[in-house]
Design a protein around this ligand. Structure first.
Ligand code: SIN
Ligand code: MN
Length: 276
């Protein structure tokens, strides 16, 4: 899973990189098949959509689910992360965002590193997200949207806005997170300067994006789920100093990841099939 120079340059310039069809149908089916069992559990790691109670984010599934544990250590995610960040990485945050048909609500425009810096004490933006599409991502089901190149702005503090409550609750993965930490005028200026892209692709695709890129997603009013895993890899020499959030939101195992074998999920998919 070696990135070529063009892909590295694309990530550095644009702040995001789409790798189509990295995981095959059996690997995707294995992971997706675990979700109903995960979503049915009442546990603090599971955040729900307001109103419907549908699963919004299942945080840290690797702590209790074997297929998702293996995905978080998968060489097809970890090796690109190491290459793009230029060193050893560990898992800072890990979640499945379900964005279910009809009920998947908005993720307002934000920058991940702002929260990771202020809440978790992450020193530098030597961090990225590696997402895996577990459903086809289309223009209809709330694709992630980026302002390409905005990662070059570095850390962007929240705007001082009249409604401090929305600023303070946003980005903490709270079920009641509301509003963007940035004022509309600020967002409009960036949208005109950087534009907006929404990378789309089939289930199994990998979407990598920089910790500083401005991103968000619209509600999913389609008939199709947009399930996506998001693994945040941080450089080991950039580990948290003084995290304030629970260990399942800001993970505390700062040891470098040794990736598993490339067939670690296929093997599990085969043995699960054989047992059925
Ligand atoms: C995120 O910003 O972490 C998630 C956005 C999404 O799932 O659309
Ligand atoms: Mn985010």
């Amino acid at each position: 899973m070696e990135l070529d120079e063009g892909q590295v340059r694309h990530f550095e310039e644009q702040g995001w990189l789409l790798l189509p069809s990295v995981f095959d149908a059996a690997e995707v089916a294995l992971l997706l098949g675990e979700l109903p069992g995960i979503a049915a559990q009442n546990r603090p790691e599971n955040l729900r959509e307001p109103g419907s109670g549908a699963i919004r984010s299942a945080l840290s599934p690797h702590l209790y689910n074997e297929p998702f544990r293996r995905l978080s250590l998968h060489p097809r995610l970890v090796e690109p992360a190491r290459r793009l960040l230029g060193g050893d990485v560990y898992l800072h945050q890990y979640k499945v965002n379900a964005k279910v048909a009809h009920d998947g609500a908005v993720w307002h425009w934000h920058q991940d590193f702002r929260t990771w810096h202020s809440d978790d004490g992450m020193p530098e933006p030597k961090v990225l997200n590696a997402g895996v599409f577990l459903d086809d991502v289309t223009e209809f089901n709330g694709p992630l949207m980026f302002m390409p190149g905005s990662h070059k702005l570095g850390l962007i503090p929240a705007d001082a806005m009249a409604d401090r409550s929305s600023v303070e609750t946003y980005g903490r993965l709270a079920a009641d997170a509301a509003g963007s930490p940035y004022a509309r005028e600020t967002l409009d200026g960036w949208a005109k300067r950087f534009g907006i892209v929404a990378p789309k692709g089939p289930a199994g695709s990998v979407l990598i994006f920089h910790g500083c890129i401005i991103h968000g997603s619209a509600p999913n009013m389609s008939a199709w789920n947009r399930t996506m895993t998001l693994a945040s890899y941080n450089r080991t020499d950039n580990a948290l100093r003084g995290p304030s959030r629970p260990g399942f939101v800001a993970l505390r195992d700062f040891d470098p990841i040794t990736p598993l074998a490339d067939n670690c999920l296929r093997e599990l998919a085969r043995s699960t099939e054989a047992a059925e």
